[in-house]
Design a protein around this ligand. Structure first.
Ligand SMILES: Cc1ncc(COP(=O)(O)O)c(C=O)c1O
Length: 372
């Protein structure tokens, strides 16, 4: 008989869906009466867009954001037809029919996209769209000049059903940054010129800048998945991921023995090493070489040597040998060594830690879908 995939898995990623829902509810309560959407692009930051979105829709979330058309198509069957799915990158030429067929809302980011969409809407009947304006990020969205030149035409465009005016904050994770207020002021005046449609400026961190940033709805992603929206302050969000890697082998080593590729770590004490089946092909980043930590029974165990494609080595000298044994597990992320802590050690941000976790990690969902 075949072995259960969880029993044969080398890396297990546990996702607490009830925690994601609790995080969404916390944010929704904080911004009410403004609405709270959910950003589930990049497969809900690696955690599983269908699973996450099904729970959030059941909890009352009515607006979802993805990045690409393919993500939107995949999501359409996971959430009720009444839920709006907006595609942040907008339509690429020739993709309009898919948007219509799958009832997806394009975010129009530049004048050409807006003009093309208006043409299609005139042909097809009234089609929904959101408009993205750039208020200080110089990434996506109509510039202030483009917006000023087009706003009258766009607001009189009857064929398009405008369902949102959005912009994105560049420095929301730095509450003192002067660009926050400047972007808000620019957005407010653009919204005045194109009144009547729901406005949205804040993502996770922007929510914590205060009610003046909430407008009609907010668009959190990272905070739903436990990433701290207020770096440097206590994290108000619940941790929703646990990651563990299976121990394949344990060995005794002498002082002076080298470990792994490049012999880049040399033992400064005799001890015990555990080789764990996780590597950069699982998304356990190579920049964690010499710097990451594992946990076993509450003990913090240093990652020694380089992260390789499928394996890493931990110094388990301090761990109980009956637990640090082949077949056992080392915890790679848990409530104490959370996604943000791993990100600091890897020299990156929590977003990259989560989205890097590859398909090879066996995902287990806690917080049964229909109980969320
Ligand atoms: C336009 C836009 N809105 C919202 C989000 C969600 O941001 P966060 O994950 O910081 O909440 C993003 C993320 O990149 C985005 O690009």
């Amino acid at each position: 008989m075949a072995i259960d995939p969880a029993d044969r898995a080398n890396v297990i990623l546990e996702i607490d869906l009830a925690g994601v829902v609790a995080n969404w509810r916390l944010l929704a309560a904080r911004v009410a009466p403004a609405g709270c959407a959910a950003v589930v692009k990049a497969d809900a930051y690696g955690l599983g867009a269908p699973q996450v979105s099904t729970c959030l829709a059941a909890a009352g979330c009515r607006r979802f954001f993805v990045a690409t058309l393919d993500e939107g198509i995949a999501l359409r069957s996971a959430v009720p037809a009444s839920c709006e799915i907006a595609v942040l990158n907008g339509p690429v030429p020739g993709s309009a029919e898919e948007f219509v067929f799958y009832q997806l809302v394009p975010v129009l980011n530049e004048p050409g996209q807006a003009a093309d969409w208006a043409k299609i809407a005139r042909r097809q009947g009234r089609l929904p769209a959101m408009l993205h304006v750039d208020t200080g990020m110089a990434r996506l969205g109509l510039t202030a000049r483009e917006f000023a030149g087009l706003v009258d035409k766009l607001s009189q465009e009857n064929a398009t059903r405008w369902c949102g005016l959005i912009s994105h904050l560049a420095c929301a994770d730095q509450p003192e940054h002067p660009l926050n207020d400047l972007q808000r002021a620019r957005f407010t005046s653009m919204h005045r010129l194109f009144g009547g449609l729901p406005a949205s400026l804040a993502a996770s961190s922007g929510i914590f800048l205060g009610p003046g940033f909430h407008f009609d709805f907010v668009r959190p992603g990272a905070a739903l998945y436990g990433i701290n929206p207020r770096p440097g302050s206590p994290n108000p969000m619940r941790q929703v991921v646990r990651l563990k890697g299976r121990i394949l082998q344990v060995r005794e080593v002498e002082r002076g023995e080298s470990v792994g590729y490049g012999a880049a770590h040399v033992m400064d004490h005799p001890g015990r090493l555990a080789t764990v089946a996780v590597g950069y092909a699982d998304g356990w980043l190579r920049t964690l070489s010499h710097r990451g930590w594992g946990h076993l029974d509450g003990k913090r165990l240093p990652l020694v040597g380089r992260v390789s494609m499928d394996l890493v080595v931990f110094d388990v000298s301090a761990a109980d040998p009956s637990l640090a044994r082949p077949g056992g597990f080392i915890e790679l992320m848990n409530d104490d060594y959370c996604v943000d802590a791993a990100a600091v050690d890897a020299g990156t941000i929590g977003y990259e830690i989560l989205t890097a976790l590859s398909r090879r990690c066996h995902r287990i969902y806690r917080g049964v879908l229909n109980q969320c």
